[in-house]
Design a protein around this ligand. Structure first.
Ligand code: G6P
Ligand code: MN
Length: 449
């Protein structure tokens, strides 16, 4: 019998939590739990999710010894084995601002890419650093699995703040969500596929897909995408028009750059003008999520609570939850399964700097991720990645050094911006809107006066 884990969901009120709960039930044989604790700073929002969760567990997880929810972090973080972290500093309201401000300057407005990502990053870093410190007070040896965005920037900042902490793992579900669609094309399960992949978070390429027997399936996938297109298959995004549009772009990217299979997020960097033009500033993704997923999740919770049962709702597991749980299981029970995660480069990609936080496949053991060597990557990808990496590292520099100049350099380097005057206008607008969240950025004293 496996020893059950004590899990904390940080950000219990997230719109992803119910999906995560369904996944924990589905995966209980792989990742058995003793207790689950929800923690959130917004007690009311969390309570709606938690009350529904209680009913779900009563019907589907009677063997769970304890489920509780709290806004008391000291209590929540004491003596736990795993922390699933999904926080959003500033909420969806600030996400909407992040998306609208660049768009008003004709630049991509996106949660994690371009100026929106920088804006969100500068908000997330401080909270994440504090959160890890709080977790380490109560649980020095607990695994912290972090999904908090923008993951590339958060990972870079945590690496600098906690260079010796070997139990923080930053993960993103996008490669897995893409692999769900590959699996569907091939008539297989995602868990049957072994990926080869390199890049940064939301900035990477699949160089090969294999089955467990070692047969290469990459060309079959490419051919299918070029012939029949590409659609999201994971339940959470399959029927979402915005995600359908995003997956469709993979076909276009593959037509232009047929060497490797691109992460969907590359659309913002490869076609920035087109992406900015197509957006409606009054109805960006944040607005769609507020009116869509958020409403759906909370009215579902209310329905479960009113019925005191799950009978009138339809709940499905999604890859976001399952991936995180299988990652956790591999760490907890030393399974040695392979997942795409963020790790410090240290020679994995031979021609990128050692200190880069890269996204690559790794075998997950109870001693942490054991990544596989990627070797040298071709010039195009190296060039693309180096620009993006410099942008990410400059954002983190700007945060730690309170530097306006570094922030301006970062935005100017970003492929979605490029023009320095535009970068400056966007930066000034972002500083204004984020005054309650960002550290104060100082301008350098100019020499000539
Ligand atoms: C994917 C990415 C996440 C991102 C999410 C946004 O799952 O990996 O990093 O937060 O998409 O999805 P949404 O539906 O909120 O736009
Ligand atoms: Mn992601």
């Amino acid at each position: 019998m496996k020893q059950g884990q004590r899990l904390v969901v940080v950000g219990g009120g997230s719109t992803y939590t119910i999906g995560m709960i369904m996944s924990l039930i589905e995966e209980k044989a792989h990742f058995p739990l003793r207790s689950i604790t929800f923690y959130d700073t917004d007690g009311e929002r969390q309570e709606r999710v938690a009350k529904a969760t209680e009913i779900i567990f009563r019907e589907h997880y009677p063997e769970l010894e304890l489920f509780e929810y709290t806004t008391d972090k000291e209590y929540a973080f004491r003596d736990k084995d795993f922390f699933f972290v999904q926080i959003r500093t500033g909420g969806l309201e600030m996400r909407e601002k992040d998306e609208q401000i660049p768009l008003r300057h004709g630049v991509v407005g996106q949660e994690t890419c371009g100026p929106g990502g920088m804006s969100y990053g500068m908000r997330s870093i401080g909270d994440m650093i504090d959160l890890v410190a709080d977790i380490r007070q109560g649980s020095p040896g607990g695994w912290i699995l972090n999904y908090t965005n923008p993951a590339a920037i958060v990972a870079e900042a945590l690496k600098r703040a906690y260079p010796n902490d070997k139990k923080i793992l930053n993960i993103c579900d996008m490669p897995a969500a893409i692999m769900v669609s590959y699996a569907k094309i091939l008539g297989k399960e995602i868990w049957d596929l072994v990926p080869e992949y390199f890049g940064l978070n939301h900035f990477g390429w699949f160089t090969g897909i294999y089955d467990k027997e070692g047969n290469e399936l990459t060309e079959d996938i490419k051919r299918a995408i070029l012939e029949d297109g590409f659609i999201p298959e994971d339940s959470e995004i399959a029927n979402d028009p915005s995600w359908i549009k995003t997956f469709k772009q993979v076909e276009k990217m593959l037509t232009d750059f047929p060497e490797y299979l691109p992460n969907t997020y590359l659309q913002y960097y490869l076609y920035p003008s087109d992406m900015a033009e197509k957006e409606d500033v009054e109805n960006t993704r944040a607005r769609q999520v507020i009116n869509g997923r958020q409403q759906r999740v909370f009215s579902m919770c209310d329905q479960i609570i009113a019925d005191d049962s799950l009978e009138n709702v339809h709940l499905e597991v999604d890859i976001h939850g399952c991936y995180m749980i299988r990652v956790a299981a591999s760490l907890a029970y030393n399974n040695g399964d392979i997942f795409i995660v963020m790790v410090k480069n240290d020679g994995i990609i031979a021609n990128l700097p050692d200190d880069a936080m890269v996204e690559v496949p790794a075998m997950l053991t109870n001693r942490g991720p054991k990544p596989f060597a990627v070797g040298h990557i071709p010039r195009f990808y190296k060039g693309m990645i180096e620009g993006q990496l410099a942008y990410e590292q400059l954002v983190v520099d700007a945060y730690f050094e309170n530097s306006y100049e570094k922030a301006l350099q970062a935005l100017t380097l970003n492929r979605t911006v490029v023009d320095a005057p535009v970068a400056r206008q966007i930066l000034d607008d972002l500083i204004n809107e984020n005054e309650n969240y960002w550290p104060a950025l100082k301008q350098r004293e100019t020499v000539a006066r």
